[in-house]
Design a binder for this molecule. Structure first.
Ligand code: ATP
Ligand code: MG
Length: 238
């Protein structure tokens, strides 16, 4: 096995003194798609926030590419190639689709590279090419989600962390978005996905972790977890 690209080791996180993550460990190897599934409030987003140092782990360790990052600032973590697309998309609503995408490339200087990345995003999400001059505020929720993912891709991330990308989307747009994620996976991108769409995300993930009230209660390949009785009962209504 190669070294994990992202390694979360026994982290504990609290909000105003109240512990919500009680010693979670997980790994993402280069080129893997890994998902974290769990009910509302299980702590999925908090784990991603801890990786970004948006919420500090008070115990444990987080390493990226072999380097400890839990004591770094968010900006330094971004520069290492960690990209986080939060649940709230945080687009600049008056700016156009293209302007929002270009903001994702702020740490790149090579203009040629930026133009190639923009082309890559427009090929992945043809709807965004059609709407490139339109203000972000005029897009549907699903299209805004595509902009948020596309903006993350503009900086050539080494890992893309997606927090519930399918939340609130129509089934058609969910399919489009998941197809795009599968394409990214095939391109070799390393992806950490947090999702409420348990079936689809386990189907497209190499491995998954089941999180319950701040603890990992199960882990395995996507296929194993899909077959697992307690996962089926808890999340698939079977
Ligand atoms: N800013 C905050 N201040 C205090 N408590 C918080 C804060 N954010 C989250 N929590 C609490 O931490 C726990 C984990 O929240 P988190 O948002 O990580 O869950 P989640 O698994 O992402 O849930 P969801 O599926 O609803 O997005 C919950 O009990 C939540 O109420
Ligand atoms: Mg969440």
């Amino acid at each position: 096995m190669p070294e994990p690209l992202l390694q979360v080791k026994a982290i504990k996180v609290r909000y105003s003194g109240l512990p919500v993550i009680h010693g979670v460990s997980l790994e993402v190897y280069p080129g893997e798609t890994v998902c974290v599934v769990g009910s509302n409030g299980a702590g999925k987003s908090t784990i991603l926030r801890a990786v970004m140092a948006a919420q500090r782990a008070f115990e444990g360790e987080i390493r990226f590419g072999g380097v400890a990052i839990h004591d770094k600032r968010t900006e330094a973590i971004v520069r290492l190639g960690v990209v986080y697309v939060p649940e709230e998309k945080m687009l600049f609503r008056p700016l156009s689709v293209e302007e929002n995408l270009l903001l994702g490339a702020y740490c790149l200087e090579d203009r040629q590279r930026i133009a190639e990345n923009l082309e890559f995003v427009f090929t992945l999400f043809p709807r965004l090419r059609e709407r490139r001059r339109q203000a972000a505020s005029t897009l549907s929720g699903g299209e805004q989600q595509m902009v948020a993912v596309g903006r993350g891709l503009m900086s050539n991330p080494r890992i893309l962390m997606l927090d519930e990308p399918s939340l609130g989307l129509s089934p058609l747009l969910v399919d489009e978005l998941f197809d795009a994620i599968v394409k990214l996976k095939k391109e070799g991108l390393t992806i950490l996905l947090v999702e409420q769409n348990v079936r689809e995300s386990l189907e497209m993930s190499d491995r998954g972790y089941v999180l319950q009230t701040g603890k990992v209660v199960q882990e395995g390949s996507g296929a194993e977890l899909l077959q697992d009785d307690s996962v089926r009962k808890a999340f698939l209504g079977l």
